[in-house]
Design a protein around this ligand. Structure first.
Ligand code: ZN
Length: 117
């Protein structure tokens, strides 16, 4: 059955780890000590006071050994303008960012992550 109440916005979770940015399809929690050991120095998104959010891209088995740290959340406007990404997109800051451009949030905030010229 299809719902007419389909959300107009979707919150996407991304992981920026080891030089790549991927959208995560499934999210779960990992205890803080375990997270710190698995991803040293990574400031991820909290799940609650005791755990952090981790996830896997679509098609990857949900298991801690495959987990990537959730480092960014982007509120994506499903019916937004889908304009081409610009500096505002790349330079977006904050743990939760709003996006309505064609990248779907992938590029948001990447300007601060990649120092490539
Ligand atoms: Zn963008």
């Amino acid at each position: 059955m299809r719902s007419n109440l389909a959300a107009r916005n979707a919150t996407k979770s991304f992981s920026d780890f080891n030089g790549t940015s991927v959208e995560l399809a499934a999210i779960w929690s990992m205890d803080n000590p375990k997270f710190a050991a698995a991803f040293p120095g990574i400031k991820g998104c909290r799940y609650d006071s005791f755990s952090m959010q981790v996830g896997v891209p679509a098609g990857v088995i949900l298991a801690d050994r495959n987990a990537l740290p959730v480092t960014r959340k982007v509120n994506y406007k499903k019916f937004g303008s889908k304009h081409v990404c610009d500096a505002r997109c790349m330079g977006a800051t904050g743990r939760t960012m709003n996006c309505e451009c064609s990248c779907g949030g992938v590029n948001h905030g990447r300007g601060f992550l990649a120092e490539e010229i």
